[in-house]
Design a protein around this ligand. Structure first.
Ligand code: NAD
Ligand code: TDX
Length: 344
């Protein structure tokens, strides 16, 4: 079925707004209702320039059952991005993560069940916990079983990732028990423009732009599997339209890098010495390594990533933050004060 009237929850955030732009640019026949609470992480500016007749922003909470019921009754699909998304915040105050990620998802799937509306749930690879570092594996980790697959056991570490794992399991149960027409995707770490400056890459870029030394947690050996957010958007669109109901697809672009290497690349591209950063307190429970095996998505649905040159993607991302100081500057001091209280 070709969906003509979709709701994108969290569509004013980093990844959700990228998806809204992707759909608006490539599928002008699709009407998009963005449902977003505009928390500290949401920003209307992320939707600037989109055709008004095609994209409508409704400011509201995904846990507001009345509002959700009304919107879902008029839609034919929901793509669910809205979440509290930052691990460090979840370690300080887990409650909003339980409320939005679990109760909010429950509210949406109840409405989708009632009106038989297609649901796509956007989730994270962090539900699987972490993998050992390659250097800790015999033969440096060559061989089988070293990446997450859709069969990997759930083993989340933080309040954030456990709340996302909970929401995934609710969706799976609603598919099995109530016939909810849903798919799930678990994606690796995204980067690109419009990412909130609390996150690793934009925090370091905006630190350098503000004359603050970048901050690396612990040894810097922790590995993340980076994907450009444009590729995440094309993957979600593919799954929404071609995915098999009840299935889970892992999204990744073979972008494993340790944090120290990423930071050194940023420093080099911004003309700084490679050691011009501070090592700060490590994150409690810090996951060691994420790595995605996206074979199922590539082979069954024919998706492939396009923005796989990390150096070029980083250059563009640095250029975007440099040119858009007005987008982040007013929040910088508060974000850094918050980290400072944590010794980070
Ligand atoms: P973000 O924090 O930048 O944006 C979240 C958006 O959700 C914001 O616009 C916020 O206002 C909105 N929101 C929060 N609570 C809400 C509520 N109760 N009701 C309505 N709207 C609400 O997050 P992001 O990085 O863009 O992540 C989006 C989704 O993708 C999340 O579900 C996250 O778990 C998932 N994900 C993120 C990554 C990543 O690397 N950032 C990787 C894999 C999956
Ligand atoms: O200042 C920092 N220094 C640092 O070394 C920050 C903010 C982070 N880090 C490290 C911690 C992680 O190993 O960098 C890595 C990336 O950190 P985050 O940007 O906080 O991302 P992460 O915790 O990996 O989670 C992200 O990817 C999966 C998103 O925030 C999640 O929403 C997504 O589910």
């Amino acid at each position: 079925m070709a969906y003509k009237n979709i709701i994108v929850t969290g569509g004013a955030g980093f990844i959700g707004s990228n998806f809204v732009h992707y759909v608006a640019n490539n599928h002008p026949e699709v009407h998009i209702t963005v449902l977003d609470k505009l928390t500290y992480a949401g920003n209307r500016e992320n939707l600037a320039g989109l055709p008004e007749g095609q994209v409508e922003l409704v400011v509201g909470d995904i846990a507001d059952a009345q509002l959700v019921d009304k919107l879902v009754s008029q839609a034919d699909a929901v793509v669910h991005y809205a979440a509290e998304s930052h691990n460090d915040n979840s370690l300080k105050n887990p409650f909003p993560f339980i409320q939005t990620n679990i109760i909010g998802t429950y509210t949406l799937i109840e409405a989708c069940r009632k009106y038989e509306v297609r649901f796509h749930h956007v989730s994270t690879d962090e539900v699987y916990g972490d993998l050992p570092l390659r250097e800790d594996l015999p033969g440096h980790g060559e061989g089988a079983g070293e990446k997450f697959t859709p069969e990997t056991r759930y083993n989340p570490s933080s309040p954030y990732s456990s709340s996302k794992a909970s929401s995934d399991l609710l969706v799976r149960a609603w598919v099995r028990s109530f016939g909810l027409e849903a798919t799930i995707s678990n994606c690796s770490n995204n980067y690109g423009p419009y990412q909130h400056i609390e996150k690793f890459i934009p925090r370091q870029i905006t630190n350098i732009l503000s004359g603050i030394r970048p901050k690396l947690y612990g040894s810097g050996k922790n590995v993340r599997d980076w994907i450009h957010t444009n590729d995440h958007s094309s993957a979600v669109w593919t799954i929404l339209n071609k995915g098999k109901i009840g299935e889970t697809y892992l999204i990744g672009a073979d972008g494993e890098k340790n944090n120290k290497d990423v930071l050194e690349l940023i420093l080099e591209q911004m003309g700084q010495p490679s050691d011009a950063y501070d090592v700060v307190k490590d994150r409690p429970g810090h996951d060691l390594r994420y790595a995605i095996d996206s074979t199922k998505l590539r082979e069954e649905l024919g998706w492939k990533p396009e923005f796989t040159n990390f150096e070029d993607g980083m250059k563009d991302t640095i250029a975007w933050y440099t040119a858009h100081e007005d987008w982040w500057k007013s929040e910088k001091e508060a974000v850094e004060n918050n980290y400072k209280q944590n010794g980070q």
